[in-house]
Design a protein around this ligand. Structure first.
Ligand code: HEM
Length: 477
């Protein structure tokens, strides 16, 4: 039953930029989607009408209270619905895109595998794989350039393969990752395409896409079958999914297991990888922040590899991660369809519309963020956060469909940031342009090329000198 709107009698139509029949604002939007959406929110306010794409009205929901209404207060009226037809071919009926009772049942069964204590048990894998990457970096020449976007993608893929399936991806080209990369590229290319030929057409790209889906399915199914036949034992997310049962003793079917695992690939490494890439970019641009971060690492870890228990003490590190996810949220936009007519923020929204929720836009609204374009981790101290509306910041979504892997992601990112910073300073190549490329996640156009500078003893001395400041910061927050 759809709940009545809290914004009763909203009958006005939301304002918005001029749009064309059938294609709405798509031409302007596809040229520079981020700037277009930011300008739309700043110019037209909390709810913006972006015209109609075909028969479907399109709206941007920018104001935190309106976002809260959609995600948390009336989620029954807002489905992921039709927006995922392409990706559905890949992840089937898994948690990420299912709805209603099917979603509720799967979430109930999967949630325990992502509890804090389960994530704590994955920390050794996360730090071990990060260490392997750092050893590889250590062998490179001082000042060697690397593309940190790619490096972070390899690392987060490896971590996900190890923690979900116990696969040791010793090269970057396992069948699974290759298949997934083909799928990701195909879906990203279609995102901003004006004409999308049906996937059933036998074009070369469509055939490649379907081949990659088959590979993904075959490899995952083989792993599941081997586990079922007892040929392998492992302590990973797949084994947790296989042993989970509902109150009647029923577990997930083979098909559901497959869809959940593939669903985790779709949600669980690209987002973390792009976040890490943006963190390295920001730290190289803001050396004062980088020095404070360093000092905290020396003070809390004194050169040790971080553990799960260290994370609550790495307060500044966490704020750096939070602030990077404010400026560059990996999941920069997502969509909902409303089942019935509704009223949001006093505006009428006809049933069957598509709503865009964009953390990238809301995270930069001047009404909620001073100097919104600046990188200032300390805006996340408790004192400065207390008056901020909950949905001024929603990098992991919210309400009942909040990201299932948020603790996994934050743990992984915090650990990687700490471990990399302990060993290297990453400097952006001065002539290398870094521009946002909003695809399925918030990528960069040409990667992020950086040079590796190993930490020196001198560094460590200067870090100790700034510890005093940090001690004050930690005791304040
Ligand atoms: C920085 C990293 C990540 C970001 C920014 C992120 C963001 C999000 C967001 C915004 C949603 C909600 C989308 C919507 O409501 O339409 C979501 C859902 C989800 N995420 Fe994440 N995510 C991240 C990492 C992960 C990881 C590491 C995993 C698993 C290992 C994961 C698993 C999921 C799943 C299963 C859902 C669907 C939940 C449901 O519908 O009940 N995510 N994520």
């Amino acid at each position: 039953m759809v709940q009545q709107s809290i914004y009763k009698n909203g009958s006005k139509n939301p304002p918005g930029p001029p749009s064309l029949p059938i294609i709405g604002c798509f031409p302007q939007m596809s040229t520079n989607p981020l700037q277009f959406l930011i300008n739309a929110a700043r110019e037209y306010g909390s709810v913006v009408h972006l015209g109609a794409i075909g028969p479907q009205q399109l709206y941007l929901i920018a104001d935190p209270d309106c976002v809260k209404y959609v995600l948390q207060e009336n989620p029954q009226n807002y489905t992921k619905g039709e927006n995922f037809q392409d990706i559905k071919l890949v992840i089937g009926e898994g948690l990420v895109i299912s709805e209603g009772d099917s979603w509720r049942y799967q979430r109930h069964l999967m949630q325990p595998s992502f509890h804090r204590q389960q994530i704590a048990a994955m920390v050794n894998d996360m730090t071990h794989l990060t260490d392997q990457m750092l050893e590889r970096w250590q062998k490179k020449a001082v000042g060697a350039a690397i593309d940190v976007s790619k490096e972070m993608l390899f690392l987060t893929q490896k971590i996900l393969l190890k923690t979900t399936l116990s696969i040791e991806a010793d090269s970057d080209t396992t069948e699974l990752t290759q298949a997934w990369n083909t799928i990701y590229k195909f879906l990203s290319d279609r995102l901003w395409a004006v004409i999308k030929p049906p996937i059933s057409f036998p074009t070369p790209k469509n055939r490649q896409f379907k081949q990659a889906i088959n590979t993904l399915r075959t490899v995952t199914d083989n792993i599941i079958q081997q586990r079922k036949q007892g040929n392998q034992t492992a302590h990973d997310i797949l084994s947790m999914f296989m042993s989970t049962q509902d109150e009647s003793g029923k577990g997930l079917s083979d098909r559901q297991l497959h869809d959940q695992i593939v669903g985790l690939f779709s949600a669980g490494f690209e987002t973390s990888a792009v976040t890490l890439g943006w963190i390295w970019y920001l730290l190289s641009k803001y050396p004062t922040v980088e020095r404070r971060l360093q000092a905290e690492l020396v003070m809390v870890l004194a050169g040790r590899t971080p553990t799960f228990e260290d994370l609550p003490h790495l307060k500044y590190t966490k704020m750096v991660v939070q602030e990077a996810m404010r400026l560059y949220p990996g999941a920069w936009v997502y969509a909902r369809n409303n089942l019935a007519d509704d009223s949001i923020g006093g505006y009428h929204i006809p049933g069957g519309s598509m709503l865009l929720l964009s953390p990238f836009v809301t995270h930069r609204l001047p009404a909620f963020w001073d100097n919104p374009e600046g990188f200032d981790p300390e805006r996340f101290t408790p004192e400065r956060s207390v008056d901020r509306p909950r949905y001024a910041y929603f990098p992991f979504g919210g309400g009942q469909r909040q990201c299932l892997g948020d603790i996994f992601a934050l743990t992984e990112i915090q650990l990687i940031v700490a471990m990399v910073c302990q060993r290297f300073r990453l400097n952006l190549l001065p002539e290398h342009p870094v521009e946002c490329q909003p695809l399925l996640t918030l990528q960069t156009h040409k990667g992020i090329l950086m040079t590796l500078e190993p930490r020196t003893e001198l560094d460590k001395v200067s870090q100790r000198n700034t510890q005093k400041t940090l001690l004050t910061l930690n005791s304040d927050s």
